[in-house]
Design a protein around this ligand. Structure first.
Ligand code: ATP
Length: 234
């Protein structure tokens, strides 16, 4: 469904990602792991069109989207749930969700999609008129995921969904990720939490200082000594 080939990308002419190749098949959860500053967010930002790569190719569903705008990618269903949630704090939960479904493709289906999202997150349903900024971190993460689903994501890219959450909320968010997987959604899961990601993803890539150090089925990545080396910076 998504193929990234030889991606080089960075900031101000200095590359951060060096020759990164990644692929996702339809319906897979693929984990993107790595220590701080490995380049995980830079890669996800390249996929959503926020960062323009210096070279390489991004193909989604057979279509070259390397130079497509962020908006065009949203219309194709490439949806990012950003690190730190980035909900609109002054707006209500309902308004945040409606904004998620604002693209041309999703707008006509917003009422039905809203029902599905609220069924998935009953906690949001109870608080529809509440300002998003007053939600707890875990609830904001639910809202950020719900907002991504409102865009009728074909591939949902979750950037550190467990960051800063209590263990109970982390468990809940991963249960939701499993449910979405069962419904057939393709997901790229960017995480620092190695064990949790290896448990939920089918395949993983471990980024180390901008290049792919290890890749493969979750079990192989778990037992590969290079995975821990990449994490510990050895
Ligand atoms: P973390 O787990 O801490 O979020 P990461 O693996 O997502 O890290 P990135 O956020 O992609 O890593 O950052 C990789 C490198 O790119 C870092 O050295 C960072 O300082 C640099 N970087 C990120 N964004 C920018 C930017 N907008 N301008 C310049 N440098 C940046």
């Amino acid at each position: 469904m998504l193929e990234v080939e030889g991606l080089v990308a960075g900031y101000g002419g200095s590359p951060i990602l060096r020759d990164v190749s990644v692929r996702l098949a339809a319906g897979e959860i693929v984990g993107l792991l790595g220590a701080n500053n490995a380049g995980k967010t830079t890669l996800i930002n390249c996929l959503s069109g926020i960062v323009q790569p210096m070279s390489g190719r991004i193909v989604f569903d057979g279509q070259d989207v390397t130079r497509a705008t962020a908006r065009e990618r949203v219309e194709l269903g490439i949806i990012q749930v950003p690190e730190g949630r980035l909900v609109f704090p002054e707006m209500s939960i309902r308004e945040n969700l409606l904004l998620g479904g604002f693209c041309d493709r999703a707008r006509p289906h917003r009422p039905a999609q809203m029902d599905k999202v609220l069924e998935l997150f009953p906690r949001l349903k109870e608080r529809l008129t509440q300002a998003a900024g007053t939600l707890s971190g875990g609830e904001q993460q639910m809202l950020a995921i719900g907002r991504g689903l409102m865009a009728e994501a074909r591939i949902l890219m979750l950037d550190e969904p467990s960051l800063g959450l209590s263990p109970l909320f982390v468990q809940y968010i991963f249960e939701i990720i499993d449910q979405l997987h069962k419904s057939g959604l393709t997901m790229l899961l960017v995480e620092q939490n190695l064990n949790l990601t290896l448990r939920h993803a089918q395949r993983c890539y471990v980024l180390e200082r901008g290049h792919v150090a290890v890749e493969g089925e979750a079990d192989l990545v778990r037992s590969d000594p290079r995975t821990r080396q990449a994490y510990l910076g050895l």
